[in-house]
Design a protein around this ligand. Structure first.
Ligand SMILES: NC(=O)c1ccc[n+]([C@@H]2O[C@H](COP(=O)([O-])OP(=O)(O)OC[C@H]3O[C@@H](n4cnc5c(N)ncnc54)[C@H](O)[C@@H]3O)[C@@H](O)[C@H]2O)c1
Length: 268
């Protein structure tokens, strides 16, 4: 019995153009799923598709803006006609933005609403709500599936300075549990993965100086991580395969799988 065989699955990875989503797309393809890498950056998408095809996997790139419901619906129809109806959805579009990060000692009361709204739009609306509606509808019509929302350890405990991002990811965890219950009898499982700190495009300036050394914030994070290092994107592959595979996690829904090197398990 192979608990991790995804050969009959069609996986859609929104934000599969990014560092974590790209690694998850490669993992799903390596376990046999046909994969649609969805995002705005065609060049990054092509790189991930080539990497999958070079290992004899099946993948396509489909351009879509996760914040645009009609664009997502068009992408869903395109994917369905090329690969079949989605049975796995990974929501990996998201990230923080500099104007929503409070500088050290900055006044919380001055946090710009536009920045707050932008972070909520990207992480909650585009990062979970709209894709869950568009691809969830298709799963309801086609017999079920597995939805995996990429939340964050910052959504579980309030980190300093990144309040908008943490609050948006908290909302993603709440939506995940709501949908887990809503669709529990419809054969749709809805779970989350909460990564700790993994160097990626959207956070590299927060973690590293131009010369590659840690920023003060990067050093603080490492200092609080029991494993004394950042994560590597490949270290999320097992988490996504486990939650995607019905054979491995068929009775698991509404779960938040934390991969953070122990960050949230300890205080000083
Ligand atoms: N890297 C980390 O340390 C970390 C930690 C916790 C959670 N996360 C979460 O993991 C997910 C992946 O982030 P990452 O770190 O790989 O960052 P990343 O910037 O490498 O990837 C994010 C991807 O999402 C895409 N994207 C952004 N807006 C989009 C939109 N409107 N429509 C379609 N695609 C869009 C970007 O183009 C990019 O390819 C995010 O939800 C992020 O918040 C990351």
């Amino acid at each position: 019995m192979n608990l991790f065989n995804l050969e009959n699955e069609v996986a859609v990875v929104i934000g599969g153009t990014g560092v974590l989503g790209g690694a998850m797309a490669r993992a799903l393809a390596a376990h046999g799923a046909k994969v649609a890498v969805v995002g705005r950056n065609a060049q990054n998408g092509a790189t991930h598709v080539e990497a999958i095809e070079s290992k004899r996997g099946t993948a396509i790139f489909t351009a879509a803006d996760a914040l645009d419901k009609s664009d997502l619906s068009r992408a869903r129809d395109e994917i369905t006609s090329k690969l079949g109806a989605a049975t796995i959805l990974v929501n990996a579009a998201g990230g923080n933005r500099p104007d929503a990060t409070l500088p050290p000692g900055a006044d919380f009361c001055a946090l710009p609403l536009e920045a707050w709204n932008g972070v909520f739009d990207l992480n909650l609306v585009g990062g979970a709500l709209l894709p869950c509606q568009v691809f969830g509808q298709s799963m309801l019509e086609n017999g079920g599936g597995s939805i995996i929302n990429i939340a964050s350890m910052a959504g579980m405990i309030p980190l300093s300075r990144v309040v908008a991002y943490g609050a948006a990811k908290s909302a993603v965890l709440n939506l995940t549990q709501f949908l887990a219950r809503e669709w529990a009898t419809k054969n749709i499982r809805v779970n989350a993965i909460s990564p700790g700190f993994f160097p990626a495009e959207q956070n590299k300036k927060l973690l590293f100086n131009d010369d590659g050394s840690y920023t003060e914030r990067g050093a603080q994070i490492i200092g609080h991580t029991p494993m004394n290092r950042f994560g590597e994107s490949d270290e999320l592959m097992g988490a996504v395969i486990f939650l995607a595979s019905k054979s491995a996690s068929g009775f698991v829904t509404g779960h938040n799988l934390v991969a953070d090197g122990g960050f949230s398990a300890t205080t000083i």
